[in-house]
Design a protein around this ligand. Structure first.
Ligand SMILES: *[C@@H]1O[C@H](CO)[C@@H](O)[C@H](O)[C@H]1NC(C)=O
Ligand SMILES: *[C@@H]1O[C@H](CO)[C@@H](O)[C@H](O)[C@H]1NC(C)=O
Ligand SMILES: *[C@@H]1O[C@H](CO)[C@@H](O)[C@H](O)[C@H]1NC(C)=O
Ligand SMILES: *[C@@H]1O[C@H](CO)[C@@H](O)[C@H](O)[C@H]1NC(C)=O
Ligand SMILES: *[C@@H]1O[C@H](CO)[C@@H](O)[C@H](O)[C@H]1NC(C)=O
Ligand SMILES: *[C@@H]1O[C@H](CO)[C@@H](O)[C@H](O)[C@H]1NC(C)=O
Length: 398
């Protein structure tokens, strides 16, 4: 072996040793030497901590980079000029950074790299939730007219993922039609409710409720419907059987929106014939002393800007003297009273007979004179027929 060959031999041996040592060293270091991260979900406008951990690390450097592959932090050194990003903790085992004032565009896959040979990387997905805007209800005509078909639309913008809209009619759920429209990274959600309004919708609250994972409580917006409708009238009367000389009050009860403020009274298509006895006060008509000549059709009329309505009452004044013969109700009542009296009489007779029979058997063991006595003493005295018994009993009472 020439000295030259010997040198090569020595060098190659040394090389192998170096390679071997390096190999064993890296195997030892390889035990658990890998970066660990977690996915993060945050609401826009807040901040997110991105943590990368290496449980068993020599002083190998860690790095965070954003979805655009730009390095954010290399160890404790800031690499990207973005005032929203700051260092929370940098050690050999951890690199945590914070991104403040998160926007939807920050969403994506972030990479943590550990600069071993080869480099080891792990990904963390940052999910940003878009907060829905307060719902707005449109399509309101105030007031609405009865019979109109109205379409209420509730809109909320900026949610991500798309928010859920729910309609409530006086706190009870009703089904709307929902449309979702992507605007940039967030969504505009619309829900429409179409219906024909009637008078029962007057004063009803329609609420649009928006639910989203970024909201602790749903957002709600309420609109109260106002519906205008033609008046509806009804006459209430104070007497069932009006008789001559009585006092009768008729009230024209009106519903309607707006409520009609004036009620007009008429009789048989003309004016009220007797202003002295027929007094109109607001919605009420009072006839002070009824007379047969008051018979007829009384009508009240009221209007609002949507139209006019009427109600009628037919007055028939009974003659109090003739009521006995003509009043069908009285004949009926008389009949019922007669039947009741008859049944009661029958019962009394039956009961009387029954009692008499029983009393009779009982009395056979007793003195007959006791029957009509007001008290026990006199009963004993009265029962003269039985002297023995009377004396015995008297002793008891002395
Ligand atoms: C981020 O980490 C810091 C420091 O550990 C902590 O004070 C803060 O609450 C964390 N923020 C979030 C959003 O987890
Ligand atoms: C890491 O570096 C520090 C000083 O910077 C040193 O004291 C420590 O021993 C090193 N650790 C390893 C495992 O190399
Ligand atoms: C993190 O998010 C990504 C993308 O959404 C997903 O594919 C992955 O499974 C998530 N990892 C964990 C640990 O949840
Ligand atoms: C989304 O909304 C815009 C504006 O309101 C509208 O022009 C577009 O047609 C909508 N797209 C869909 C798919 O509804
Ligand atoms: C009814 O009216 C007539 C004529 O107006 C009058 O003669 C009569 O006395 C009235 N009857 C009563 C009970 O008031
Ligand atoms: C009114 O009704 C009474 C019934 O009580 C009847 O006798 C009378 O003739 C009626 N009068 C008119 C004017 O219709």
């Amino acid at each position: 072996m020439t000295p030259k060959q010997y040198l090569i031999f020595i060098l190659s041996g040394l090389c192998a040793d170096v390679i071997k040592v390096a190999g064993t060293k890296s195997r030892a270091k390889g035990q658990g030497q890998f970066p660990i991260t977690q996915n993060v979900t945050v609401v826009e406008g807040t901040s997110a901590n991105m943590t990368c951990r290496v449980d068993y690390n020599d002083n190998t450097s860690l790095q965070w980079s954003n979805p655009a592959q730009q390095t954010l932090f290399f160890g404790d050194k800031k690499a990207l000029r973005d005032h929203r990003i700051e260092l929370v903790r940098a050690s050999s085992q951890e690199l945590t950074i914070r991104i403040n004032d998160i926007s939807l565009s920050d969403e994506g896959q972030y990479t943590c790299s550990l600069f071993t040979m080869p480099v080891k990387t792990t990904k963390a997905f940052l999910t940003v939730l878009g907060v829905p805007g307060r719902p707005e209800i449109t399509g309101f005509t105030k007031p609405a007219m009865e019979g109109d078909i109205i379409t209420l639309t509730c809109t909320t913008t900026g949610s991500k993922p798309a928010a859920r809209i729910q309609w409530l009619r006086n706190d009870k759920e009703v089904q709307g039609t929902t449309h979702v429209n992507a605007t940039g990274k967030s969504f505009t959600v619309r829900s429409t409710l179409q219906f024909k309004v009637d008078r029962w919708d007057d004063g009803v609250a329609y609420t649009c409720s928006v639910e989203h994972e970024s909201l602790p409580n749903p957002y709600m917006t309420t609109e109260v419907l106002e519906v205008h409708y033609v008046p509806h009238l009804e006459i209430k009367h104070s007497l069932i059987i009006p008789q001559e000389g009585q006092y009768l009050k008729l009230e024209c009860v009106s519903t309607g929106n707006p409520i009609p403020d004036l009620v007009l009274w008429s009789k048989d298509g003309g004016e009220l014939p007797d202003i002295e006895r027929m007094i109109v006060e607001g919605k009420e008509l009072t006839i002070t002393t009824l007379n047969k000549t008051d018979n007829g059709t009384y009508r009240c009329e009221a209007s609002n800007h949507l139209g006019t309505s009427t109600a009628e009452y037919i007055l028939f004044v009974y003659d109090p003297n003739a009521l006995g013969q003509h009043g069908p109700d009285h004949a009926l009542i008389g009949g019922v009273v007669a039947v009741v009296v008859f049944i009661t009489l029958c019962l009394i007779i039956v009961l009387g007979r029954y009692l008499a029979r029983h009393k009779g058997t009982y009395l056979t063991h007793e003195a007959k004179g006791a029957e009509d006595a007001p008290d026990a003493d006199t009963a004993i005295i009265n029962a003269e027929g039985n002297h023995m018994h009377a004396e015995e009993k008297k002793e008891y009472f002395i």
